[in-house]
Design a protein around this ligand. Structure first.
Ligand SMILES: N[C@@H](CCC(=O)N[C@@H](CS)C(=O)NCC(=O)O)C(=O)O
Length: 220
């Protein structure tokens, strides 16, 4: 087992970013193993032919970004302090994943074209469509998670992996819809600002570890 936490991924933020953020909040340094497309098709290391994968003293090439996120949550006690809180953390992470999949569609399928952006905002951002058919994916749902937040935390009163997941998807959307989010969801914008100003996160965001490119096609 590799001892030092190692993230195996492309040289982008993408689906590895929440993992890096969690490790950063814990002051845990990590290695980045940068890979190319051919390497992830070695199924002995990448079970589903995809990245990211993650290794530490307990797991070797663990894949599925949310499985890795949950592993880190258990390892560093960032999963809430009761089964009720554990369940709420899972609920938030799965809600974020539903929006993440729509976001991926906007970036790769819609190529972030103006019409794709407009239709995305209408379905997954505009508050008036929160109760329309949106595939369970809406920024308003994430804003609602914050309405019962304690100390700025979505579950319980201290940091969990749910905070990190919501922060990251909000960050992705802020790159594209900054004005709309600040106008319609000031609580999300404020939550984003607050987490970004944690000393460890702030210094990570200003470091070279925070990669410039978010998605494989350079958009978003
Ligand atoms: N459900 C997977 C999705 C991973 C995923 O979509 N990985 C992309 C990069 S972000 C990939 O490896 N694409 C290459 C391929 O599918 O061949 C996870 O959450 O880790």
């Amino acid at each position: 087992m590799a001892g030092e936490p190692t993230i195996h991924y492309f040289p982008i933020r993408g689906r590895a970013e929440p993992l890096k953020l969690v490790l950063t909040t814990q002051g845990v340094s990590f290695k980045l193993h940068t890979l190319g497309l051919e390497e992830i098709k070695d199924l002995s290391n990448f079970k589903f032919g995809q990245a990211p994968a993650y290794s530490d003293d307990e797991v070797e090439h663990l894949v599925q970004s949310n499985a890795i996120l949950r592993h880190l949550g258990r390892k560093y006690n960032l999963y809430g302090s009761s089964r009720t809180e554990n369940a709420a953390v899972d609920e938030a992470i799965d809600g974020v994943e539903d929006l993440q999949l729509k976001y991926v569609g906007l970036i790769y399928g819609g190529k972030l074209a103006d019409d794709a952006k407009a239709s995305y905002w209408s379905t997954h951002g505009d508050p008036k469509n929160k109760t329309a058919r949106n595939g369970g994916a809406h920024l308003g749902f994430l804003a609602s998670l914050l309405s019962s937040a304690t100390n700025g935390h979505i579950v319980g009163s201290s940091l969990t992996i749910a905070d990190v997941a919501v922060w990251n998807i909000t960050d992705n959307h802020l790159q594209i819809f900054p004005k709309e989010i600040e106008g319609e969801y000031p609580e999300l914008a404020q939550f984003h600002k607050q987490f970004a100003s944690l000393p460890a996160i702030k210094s990570y965001l200003n470091s070279d570890l925070r990669l410039g490119q978010n998605n494989g096609n350079g958009l978003g």
